[in-house]
Design a protein around this ligand. Sequence first.
Ligand SMILES: Nc1ncnc2c1ncn2[C@@H]1O[C@H](COP(=O)(O)OP(=O)(O)O)[C@@H](O)[C@H]1O
Ligand SMILES: O=P(O)(O)OC[C@H](O)CO
Length: 514
Amino acid sequence: MEKSYVLAFDQGTTSSRAILFDRAGRIHSVAQKEFQQFYPKPGFVEHDPMEIWGSQSGVSREVLERAGVSPDEVAAIGITNQRETTLVWDKETGKPIYNAIVWQDRRTAAICDDLKAQGLTDYIRDTTGLVIDAYFSGTKLKWILDHVEGARERAQRGELLFGTVDTWLVWNLTRGKVHVTDYTNASRTMMFNIHTLDWDDKMLEILDIPRAMLPEVRPSSEVYGHTDERTFGGAQIPIAGIAGDQQAALFGQTCFEPGMVKNTYGTGCFMLMNTGEKPVASPSGLLTTIAWGLHGKVTYALEGSVFIAGAAIQWLRDGLRFFDAAPDSEYFAGKVEDTEGVYVVPAFAGLGAPYWDMYARGAIFGLTRGTRKEHITRATLESLAYQTKDILDAMQADSGIHLKSLRVDGGAVANNLLMQFQADILGVPVERPLVTESTALGAAYLAGLAVGFWTMDEIAQNGEIERKFEPEMDEQTRHELYRGWQKAVKRTMGWAREDENEVFAIAGNPVAQV
Ligand SMILES: Nc1ncnc2c1ncn2[C@@H]1O[C@H](COP(=O)(O)OP(=O)(O)O)[C@@H](O)[C@H]1O
Ligand SMILES: O=P(O)(O)OC[C@H](O)CO
């Protein structure tokens, strides 16, 4: 049967999606399922690994059925995933020994403080490209081995396996035959040397992680294995692409040249710049990470990670019950001219780049008797744009490259008010593509390239722009609004620390100078 499609698995923080792409890189069919978030204690965020697998395999069958496409027509599967989220399971039974600890989880902040106190900041940055933070997998894995009875001994005996979500999905798709990850996911673990492309023995020793439990690390585009015949009714589909979701989005936006940038507005907000074949170190609090491994070469990226973006809109919807659906935020925000001086800092999970404060917490500033939900909604939307400006300024400083426009994608870019404010506050045009599912598209491209479904030239021709938002705000207003934001951020920092004296003394923090 003719192979006419590539199937992308997009396993995100709040939902699992399966998208079928045709040869033109257009969406043929989509299926999506939200799954449960567990918050067992303040700062803890977990997922049920079986629900991750169940929802992802469910939507992948559903997307084929809905489109009337046979598994035999699928040329390859590409996997992209929420990154850093950490799973450990039994090699024999495939049963997880603990829930997945999600990237947003802050429980390992004290382990990170200890690593800093040991003077490891420079070593970790130079080797792994990362800032010491509870965000990454290494300390989460250590926590599981420290807290689940007998886990470390079992891991040492080779009975347990570690994986990020990509690894877990491939393991299940192949019914335990393949235990791999790719460079992009490995580069988010704080255990991987991004220069030698191998697990780092010193980091494994520091975190007390047995090497035997780690997956093999491979490029992002190759045939890793085939789906077990029981998963897709007899079909053995090649699993041919793996990339963390933000790197996949960079690829999906065809940011193939050094200096090209994309910003994704999903649960969090993640800006990545392709920096070519050399890793670029960041003095401004960005991460050095692997963009992809392809055709025998590794491409690096600079990344600014914002933990809470669309999630703040979900909080307005579910926590404050301001409206029924995230898109309604545009309607309410549009009912007022401006926020009347209100700022929302959604530091619900601490602050990521460029501040890196695990102890910051969310706050609303500038409330008056006249403040209405419309102002708070508008201020929350604006917080996505301010956080993006924080990152873009750092990225331009680190790379010496000044952007002419910003390519965007992710669920929240449907919000025109947000996109216009983004262009205004950056002073740079914002370009929204026709296919905003860049993450899934990137994974599909990587898989399709590995099996000869597409060539790089064909892919590079895609990427049509649907709408361009031009900046309209004057320079002085932009400056004043942004100063207000910086003032607000400063006041959220260190909030959850026990010792209040430390609050305003966070060394090397860019905000401390405001
Ligand atoms: N029109 C909108 N305006 C603002 N936020 C939106 C809108 N539509 C979706 N969102 C937000 O975007 C996020 C969903 O985007 P998506 O890219 O699917 O995220 P993820 O991959 O992280 O699950 C949600 O957090 C939601 O609140
Ligand atoms: O699930 P998303 O799209 O919010 O992405 C999560 C990131 O990969 C976390 O690093």
